[in-house]
Design a binder for this molecule. Structure first.
Ligand code: F6R
Length: 608
């Protein structure tokens, strides 16, 4: 939630902050603002709405200065409004703060600060921070921020500027992401790497409760005890282009088209027929694998749906019982965990608050934790025992697409890795799966070439208010993801059901013209699925059937048919999800929705 940036250098801060915020808008876009120091004068401009509104304001009244902070907001405490926008500033206009996270004890701090004579202008939790810093300020901003942070509970990445120390930005993080960019005679802070990638590739990754002091002389990292920390520089190797639209109209469609490449990247040097699966950062031993009696896969949203596929393939290939659960439920229900439990968390961002909390809970109770994440140095990657990186590159669109398919690849690789160690399936079968996995990029490419059926179908159906996704086995797992995609970007209500479950209630909702999208890619379940399709057809549904090439007989049952290349049953989700991603994209386009910035959503949910 929310994106923050900060800059200290010799160049004008305003365009650099705005450019950084534009790369962070995926984190929230309810309001935006900047605070820039012009000598010892602190100027703040902020307003409700998209970043474009702030840009208009700055065009009319530019802010000069080479030191500043900026913010793009996803509202939690206080509605989106000019007043609730960040930066928040002290009444005397000397200290300004941007914040990503939630100050959980803000009510208590607010009341306490009011007894000290401070007045509050907004409804936000954040506003306590500038007042706290002011309360502790005694000529040293770093010291005041440290004292303020010691009083704060909750999650935060903050950037602070003060007109009495006009060449400085002080920042700190706890449970919210923050990185430091190291340029030539300039430095940056940001919630995420793309925000600074046009200026530098050298960054510091920060741990919780580490402080950053940026001045014209450089960057200092301090521990909460105030001791200087030495940190290796992390050099970003991917291109800034990877975070640009590259000729596509939206990030989402660009990312959908990147899937053949990222599927390949995620498998490269890990999957080779005739050789064991190689997962560099997974150090778990053969003995430890043999000792596992249960795996929990815990994640949120799309990552959870990848976990549903993970359960199926790990149980099938490695014969270890797997429970899959959404992180927000897992953390509060006293799950049964011991040293024989393996916890697997899946998180594109690696910063999702519920997933991180579930990871911590499992570790506390003695479980070993494997993190599957897309972001190097993210919180889950640092706190887990083992990490498997998905190489999807930066995912900017709020609706996750390319991260999902790489998470699926991660699930297959882990299942094969366990199966090899436990010898639960023959070497021939393992090799056959690996060979078939290596054909997935090409098959994904073929699906992308065949968009027309989807475009025609969406042009005829986009005005419907409800849709159903059906599937059996792995097609049901994919149906859940298809349904989520459709809801989040086109605002069409949809439900995903297991084909056999529909008649136990929801079939009552099927009437003439109801749109049903039915997946029938699983060879063993094809006939059963066709029977389920007939059940809805008989009640008047308009059905789009998705199956593998060679199953033309489906055309006798459905209204429109879409074929994906023939693929081994367990691997089909990687290919069959693509038409559903395209379907949601074109539905949203037909409806004129803002695809990359769907209402009420943010890319990274770093609050509970
Ligand atoms: C849906 C979507 C979300 C995320 C969820 C978890 O398109 O993007 O459902 O999948 O918020 O995010 P991560 O994977 O970053 O933990």
């Amino acid at each position: 939630m929310c994106g923050i940036v900060g800059f200290v250098g010799k160049r004008e801060a305003s365009p650099i902050l705005i450019e950084g915020l534009s790369k962070l808008e995926y984190r929230g876009y309810d309001s935006a603002g900047v605070a820039i120091l012009d000598g010892d004068k602190l100027n703040v401009t902020k307003c409700k709405g998209r970043l474009a509104n702030l840009e208009d304001k700055l065009e009319t009244t530019p802010l000069k200065g080479c030191v500043g902070i900026g913010h793009t907001r996803w509202a939690t405490h206080g509605e989106p409004s000019d007043l609730n926008s960040h930066p928040h500033t002290t009444e005397d206009g000397t200290i300004s703060v941007v914040h990503n996270g939630i100050i959980e004890n803000y009510i208590h701090l607010r009341e306490w600060l009011m007894t000290k004579g401070y007045n509050f202008a907004s409804e936000t939790d954040t506003e306590v921070i500038p007042h706290l810093v002011d309360y502790f300020y005694d000529g040293d901003l770093t010291d005041a921020v440290m004292k303020a942070v010691a009083k704060m509970e909750g999650s935060y990445a903050i950037g602070v500027v003060c007109s009495k120390e006009p060449d400085k930005v002080v920042a700190v993080r706890k449970d919210s992401p923050l990185i430091v960019g190291l340029g030539k005679e300039e430095s940056f802070i940001a919630s995420d790497i793309p925000a600074i990638l046009n200026h530098t590739r050298d960054i510091y990754l920060l741990n919780d409760k580490e402080f950053v002091v940026m001045t014209k002389d450089g960057v200092k990292l301090l521990s909460e005890e105030g001791e200087e920390i030495k940190r290796d520089i992390y050099h970003v190797t991917w291109n800034a282009d990877a975070a640009e639209k590259g000729g596509f109209e939206h990030f989402m469609i660009k990312e959908i088209h990147e899937q053949p490449k990222v599927i390949k990247d995620t498998m490269t040097s890990r999957i080779m027929p005739g050789k064991p699966v190689t997962l560099d950062d997974i150090k778990i031993t053969k003995e430890q694998i043999e000792n596992i009696d249960k795996i929990y896969i815990v994640a949120c949203g799309t990552a959870y749906h990848a976990g549903v596929v993970g359960k199926y393939v790990i149980e099938k290939l490695a014969r270890i019982p797997v429970e899959i659960e959404v992180a927000s439920e897992f953390r509060y229900r006293d799950p049964i965990i011991n040293e024989r439990t393996l916890m697997m968390v899946i998180s594109q961002s690696g910063e999702t608050a519920d997933t991180l909390a579930a990871l911590r809970e499992a570790k506390k109770q003695g479980a070993r934790v494997i993190a599957v994440t897309n972001v190097v140095g993210s919180s889950v990657s640092r706190e887990a025992d083992d990490v498997l990186y998905t190489w999807a590159g930066p995912e900017i669109a709020v609706a996750s697409t390319k991260a999902y398919v790489t998470q699926l690849i991660a699930m297959y690789m882990i299942a094969l890795f366990f199966a090899e160690n436990k010898k639960t399936i023959s070497e021939e079968t393992i090799d056959q799966i690996k060979k078939e996995m290596l054909t997935l990029p090409e098959k994904a490419e073929k699906v992308l070439e065949n968009k027309e059926t989807i475009q025609k179908f969406t042009a005829k159906t986009y005005m419907h208010k409800d849709m159903f996704f059906l599937g059996r086995g792995l097609d049901y797992a994919v149906a859940m993801e298809g349904s989520l995609k459709l809801k989040e970007i086109s605002y069409i209500h949809s439900e995903a059901y297991a084909g056999g479950e529909l008649k136990h209630g929801p079939i009552a909702l099927i009437e003439k013209g109801t749109i049903v999208i039915a997946g029938a890619t699983q060879e063993d379940l094809f006939d059963k699925m066709v029977s389920n399709i007939k059940e809805v057809k008989t009640r008047g549904a308009n059905v789009l059937g998705i199956t593998c090439e060679g199953h033309d007989e489906i055309e006798k049952t459905v209204d429109s048919a879409l074929y994906i290349p023939k693929v081994m049953d367990i691997l089909s989700p990687v290919v069959s999800v693509i038409p559903l991603q395209l379907l949601s994209y074109y539905m949203a386009i037909q409806k004129g929705c803002d695809v990359d910035k769907p209402r009420n959503l943010a890319k990274s949910v770093t609050v509970e």
